[in-house]
Design a protein around this ligand. Structure first.
Ligand code: ADP
Length: 460
């Protein structure tokens, strides 16, 4: 799949992920708010249910508006204290330790301790917690918004009783076991379901906006995809056209080569013969350039048809040297060929293409350097491989650019005064040709010091 498809999928996933995180945080905020409401309603319901039992135990009828006020004995007037002691004749030595009650996890505050002591008294007097009444108070407090189940546990924390306002046991919230009384005889628990629909209703605008954002992003990305695909199709069409034109350039040149060959064989004068031969070399070079341009630029991956023959690599290097000396006569330079080949080394390759590679490398060495550059072609062998190195003391290439060097149309960014005419296809072409020969090409370069381009191909 094309790279931009991955980028698009990634962008869409990122937007969906961000929106999901946003909605999740909204939802968890909604759940937290509802848990606070449930816990508040629960504590009020427990208080109210206890108060009802207190009234029952005192044989009083519960009245509509009743208030409970808590005062320390020390803060009471003597009259108040007398009336309280008449109602609840606590033996004076009955004391409760708030710290140990806290340690047991029964209560947190002294007010809670008082309530729990009252629970003890009510249970002792035969008025245990009434689940039914608690359930109806809770339902009223929460206006029936939360389907729930109350569970009662014994000292071993085994469920002994339960009452439920819902059929299923599905719950979003489950309270801890709440102790009833200080003695750890009974525990209460509530499981409630926080409905989803009010969340959707309350957050309808943020949800819709979020959805619109996702759709909008996807639409924009989709539009870009279409534009990219259209442009790509246009580019392919243009590329095809240009390839066709390049291909058509080759045909007349081939007939020029044939004619020049015929003229050369017919020419008796040595000076003219030499001039025709030079022309022939240059036209052949042009044909070769067109050929390798075609195979490099068109991406149909057609294998290169190599005409492998026994080649004289030293002769090819000398040929390139002479041609480049002539081409770069305006720029002071020196080109040397160093022959380190063992005697009678035989190299089998396509001479036209190999000459083309050497030409590319030497021309680059002359192009990307200051006047006075010295270029050396070193011809050698390692095991069963031919090795050709083209060394220069030119501008060199920084390591960060070296990786992309053999890619099509890649050009090393240079300062304004060092920009040379080029298309970034010479090295891609060379790499292609060398790989088709079963070899490898590599670079070793240091900025400001120079470069060494080396290729290896099998000798046969
Ligand atoms: P072109 O020369 O047409 O731009 P090439 O594929 O031959 O394309 O080269 C690609 C890039 O590599 C060039 O733009 C140049 O900057 C860099 N380069 C190639 N050879 C050398 C060299 N011998 N010294 C410094 N830079 C080089």
């Amino acid at each position: 799949m094309k790279k931009y498809y991955y980028v698009t999928i990634l962008a869409v996933c990122a937007v969906i992920l961000l929106q999901t995180i946003y909605i999740r945080s909204l939802y968890s905020h909604y759940i937290d708010e509802n848990i606070t409401v449930i816990e508040h309603a629960l504590s009020i319901s427990i208080d109210k249910e206890q108060h009802l039992r207190t009234l029952l135990s005192d044989r009083k009828k519960p009245q509509k508006h009743q208030y409970m006020s808590i005062k320390r004995m020390n803060d009471m007037s003597p009259q108040e204290r007398d009336s309280v002691l008449r109602l609840y004749p606590l033996p004076p030595m009955e004391t409760y330790n708030i710290d140990s009650a806290r340690m047991k996890g029964v209560v947190d505050t002294s007010v809670e301790l008082i309530a729990q002591v009252l629970q003890d008294k009510l249970m002792g007097n035969g008025f245990p917690l009434d689940l039914k009444s608690l359930d109806s108070i809770f339902t009223k407090e929460t206006t029936g918004a939360y389907p729930h189940r109350f569970l009662l546990y014994d000292a071993e924390k085994k469920a002994t009783d339960s009452i439920s306002s819902q059929k299923t046991d599905a719950s979003t919230y489950m309270s801890e076991l709440i102790p009833i009384g200080t003695k750890g005889q009974q525990y209460l628990q509530v499981k409630a379901r926080i409905p989803f629909f009010p969340f959707v209703k309350n957050e309808i605008w943020p949800l819709l906006l979020s959805l619109a954002l996702v759709v909008l992003t996807m639409g924009c990305v989709g539009h870009h995809q279409t534009v990219i695909r259209r442009k790509e199709a246009l580019l392919q069409k243009r590329e095809k056209g240009i390839n066709g034109i390049i291909h058509d350039l080759k045909t007349p040149l081939n007939s020029v080569v044939t004619t020049l060959g015929w003229l050369k064989s017919d020419e008796a004068r040595a000076s003219k013969k030499k001039a025709i031969e030079l022309c022939l070399v240059e036209v052949k070079h042009l044909v070769c350039n067109i050929e390798s341009l075609l195979i490099t630029v068109r991406k149909d991956n057609k294998p290169l048809i190599l005409k492998k023959e026994r080649i004289n690599i030293v002769y090819l290097a000398e040929l390139v040297k002479n041609s480049m000396d002539a081409l770069y006569h305006h720029k002071p330079h020196s080109i040397a060929v160093e022959n380190r080949l063992p005697e009678k080394t035989e190299v089998w390759a396509d001479s036209m293409y190999i000459e083309n590679v050497i030409r590319n490398l030497v021309e680059n060495a002359l192009k990307y350097s200051d006047a006075g550059v010295s270029v050396k072609m070193i011809l050698s062998t390692t095991n069963r491989w031919l090795q050709v190195s083209v060394e220069d003391n030119g501008w060199g290439i920084a390591p960060r650019y070296q990786k992309k060097l053999f890619q099509q149309f890649y050009q090393v960014p240079r300062e304004e005064d060092k920009i040379c005419k080029g298309y970034g296809i010479g090295l891609a072409q060379s790499k292609y040709i060398i790989e088709e020969h079963g070899g490898k090409i590599q670079v070793n370069s240091a900025e400001g010091k120079g470069s060494v381009f080396t290729f290896n191909i099998p000798l046969a």
